[in-house]
Design a protein around this ligand. Structure first.
Ligand code: BGC
Length: 749
């Protein structure tokens, strides 16, 4: 991941202006597949170019090189580098794009960056965005991220990550949408649309199975049965591609013994032949030479041959295409047709995305496009809806009459102390509000707010003036502790076997609880931690997945009741690491747990089966009831639509939002089916005392499952519908599907 590049120069953007070839580039063109005559013209143009290109120029289009000191634009001018990454300085980006225009064939560069949850305006981590259960808001977040990236000169992002994982030990869980395949598919499509509308080509990643690594260890082997591959891991990719994602990134891991980077079955047979994907596939960072470490290539040249033959078009920072492909072609070991096909896909993306028609960025425009008021407003709205209230003994919202002295403890309360792992490059940010300042503003003059970091840095590995933190806490009516995971504790390469607060934070928290003052624990993490030991010991538990630029303000709004929390868990929170994987749509067992907890049942001797907080769970300051489930289509055929509705009532005294969730189960089928699966949800805003009927439509095809050959099967029989406010809902109805169908996997048009 890129880290620290931009701060150094963006401060002097204005000075750079004269150096640039400037156009009206920040004009942000939505990127989308073209069709009909336009698409045909692009193919003819590619044909012409392929006839003109030398082998070296062709290989240049398959090479992706990262920014570093001494980067040589001459390599671009000579056509040997066709794509770059990790540039964040608009002036440098203008310069490399200019070099491409000065090359013989003037083919524009792809300029890629991981814009995971923001560029300058930060939105909640994708896991937090999923907690909003609000795809429109998530699309807006990606739109602003795309716009900010585009304003700097970036035209390609390595996002969205849609890897399915049920393993919070895996540090990259934060980049996805959690454990549920339906929610993940919806978020994958929303993010893809948003990025591309903002002006950057999306890259859905990591194809495939990266989130299924054994034991949650990053880069580890994944063994995934075909049915699960098709029912769980592939659908979010399909959703992103259906939403128009122009590129795909191959994964680091092996799937069922074959490294994804050399997986012809996945990259060519499935992705291209069956699904009809016409865009480009990029490797992950250095993953082509890693085929040697995987033990399927003797040397770099063989690794390059295998990846190319499998369908990887661009070598990201592996340097093996650039070093070996031309020689391999000349030696007759790689057919030129294979190279041409890969080049065609790269050029197709560039031309469909209109990259050659967009002028350079203007640094002045770039500057004003960062952290614009509407982007920050979107970030605030996303942050508000991403906050999940896990526990509340009634202390929240804070009462200015009772909570006059508030101690805010934890370095994460201050924006300057928080660095999120996915932060692309330390892009400058305008001063943002701290949690203590936001609380002071919202609680008014009657409140006294004290702040102590408690730990020296946001990593929480060492105490900062511990005595001062405890003294401040002891003198308060309520303690707001903002603790969590950051630094090297989350993200890529940050798998963990203990899901505790890192460093000394648990000890600090125990001391805070020991003061006898009520503790409101606000967590900022990249995954669910194990929180069982805190149940009943903290007055309230507020979960955020790093809520972004406006996060502290939004947290203060929730704590004070200015905003009623509505976030829902996108993943089950385990009671203990030993329960993992624990998720809502598991299969039944022959020996399910009964109330008696008979020994020879499928249970743990020392822990419950259920998670601490189930999927789809989150409290509000008001109460919602869901009733009167009506199934309007008691009998449907396999191509029909299930129509159901429920009455949602806000029975409390505050306005609020609720996520109404619809789960389906097929209790008897020819194979064992999950105990329930999310098939639809809707987020509704209801005034105190108001009711609303919420309707759902679910295509019968969505009730099917895949066989070992990847064919979708919708099986006749009875189905149960469960509706409610979390995956533990009990409200139940029934319908049936008549007649079965065995379809091939639906083709892209
Ligand atoms: C990650 C990718 C990322 C790439 C470029 C890799 O280590 O796995 O997700 O896009 O780096 O930053």
């Amino acid at each position: 991941m890129p880290r620290l590049l931009l701060r150094l120069f963006l401060g002097s953007l204005a000075l750079l202006a004269p150096c640039l070839a400037v156009g009206d580039a920040a004009a942000q063109m939505p990127m989308a597949w073209k069709t009909g005559p336009e698409a045909a013209a692009i193919e003819r143009r590619i044909d012409r170019l392929l006839r003109q290109m030398t082998v070296d120029e062709k290989v240049g289009q398959l090479h992706l090189y990262g920014r570093r000191e001494g980067f040589d634009n001459g390599e671009i001018r000579s056509g040997r580098i066709g794509n770059v990454m990790n540039f964040v300085d608009p002036a440098e980006m203008a310069a490399v794009q200019k070099a491409a225009r000065e090359s013989r064939l003037k083919i524009p560069l792809l300029i890629g960056l991981d814009a995971v949850h923001g560029v300058s305006t930060y939105f909640p981590l994708p896991l937090g965005q999923a907690a909003t259960f609000n795809p429109a808001l998530v699309e807006e977040a990606a739109l602003w991220t795309g716009r900010e990236a585009r304003a700097l000169g970036i035209n390609w992002t390595f996002a969205p990550m849609v890897d399915m994982s049920r393993d919070p030990r895996w540090g990259r869980l934060l980049e996805g949408a959690g454990e549920d395949v339906h929610l993940s598919g919806i978020m994958a499509a929303a993010r893809t649309r948003g990025y591309q509308a903002g002006g950057v080509a999306a890259t859905v990643k990591h194809f495939v199975g990266y989130g299924g690594g054994e034991a949650g260890r990053d880069y580890n082997t994944a063994w995934i049965p075909a049915e699960q591959l098709h029912d769980l891991h592939l659908p979010p990719f399909r959703s992103a591609l259906d939403a128009g994602s122009l590129s795909v990134m191959a994964a680091f891991n092996s799937v069922n013994g074959m490294p994804a980077t050399a997986h012809k079955g996945m990259l060519t047979d499935l992705l291209r032949r069956q699904w009809g994907f016409r865009g480009l596939v990029v490797s992950d960072f250095g993953s082509i030479p890693e085929l040697m470490a995987h033990g399927i290539a003797r040397d770099e040249a063989e690794a390059a041959r295998k990846a190319l033959a499998a369908g990887v078009d661009i070598d990201m920072m592996g340097f093996v295409y650039s070093r070996h492909l031309a020689t391999e072609v000349r030696a007759g070991r790689v057919p030129i047709a294979q190279i041409d096909e890969a080049v065609r896909r790269v050029l197709r993306v560039k031309f469909h995305a209109g990259m050659d028609t967009i002028n350079d960025i203007d640094p002045k425009t770039a500057e004003s496009a960062l952290q614009s008021p509407p982007a920050l407003d979107a970030a605030r709205r996303a942050a508000r809806e991403s906050i999940i209230l896990l526990e509340n003994d009634g202390i929240l919202p804070l009462d200015p009459a009772r909570h006059r002295r508030v101690a805010v403890i934890g370095a994460l309360a201050r924006p300057d102390q928080e660095r999120v792992w996915t932060d692309p490059a330390g892009v400058p940010r305008k001063p943002l509000e701290s949690l203590d300042a936001a609380l002071a503003r919202l609680l008014g003059g009657g409140a006294t707010i004290s702040y102590q970091p408690g730990v020296t840095t946001y990593c929480g590995t060492e105490f900062a003036d511990r005595a001062a933190a405890i003294e401040a806490a002891s003198a308060a009516d309520v303690i707001i502790a903002k603790l969590g995971e950051d630094c090297e504790f989350m993200g890529e390469g940050a798998s963990r076997t203990r899901l505790t607060l890192p460093g000394v934070q648990d000890a600090l928290l125990e001391e805070l609880i020991g003061t006898g003052k009520p503790v409101v624990l606000v967590l900022a993490t990249g995954r669910p931690l194990v929180l069982s030991h805190l149940k009943g010991r903290v007055a309230a538990l507020v979960q955020t997945f790093h809520a972004g630029s406006e996060g502290r303000t939004a947290i203060a709004e929730v704590l004070t009741g200015a905003v009623n929390p509505s976030g829902k868990t996108p993943i089950s929170f385990p009671r203990a690491v030993g329960q993992i994987p624990v998720y809502h749509d598991h299969l039944p067992t022959g020996r399910p747990e009964t109330k008696r907890r008979f020994r020879y049942e499928s249970i743990f001797m020392d822990e419950a089966n259920q998670p601490l907080y189930p999927f789809g769970y989150g409290l509000s300051y008001t109460r919602f009831s869901i009733s009167d489930l009506r199934i309007e289509t008691p009998r449907i055929d396999p191509n029909g639509l299930l129509k159901a509705s429920v009455l949602v009532s806000n029975t409390g005294s505050r306005d609020g939002q609720e996520v109404v969730q619809l789960y389906v189960r097929q209790p008897v089928a020819s194979i064992s089916r999950p105990v329930r699966q999310l098939k639809a949800f809707d987020k509704v805003m209801l005034k105190a005392g108001a009711s609303q009927r919420v309707s759902f439509t679910v295509p019968a095809q969505a009730l099917g499952y895949h066989d070992t050959a990847g064919r979708l099967m919708v099986e006749a029989g009875g189905f149960e519908v469960h509706a409610g406010t979390s995956s533990m809902t009990e409200l139940k109805g029934e319908f049936s599907v008549s007649g079965s169908t065995r379809d091939g996997v639906r083709m892209r048009p």
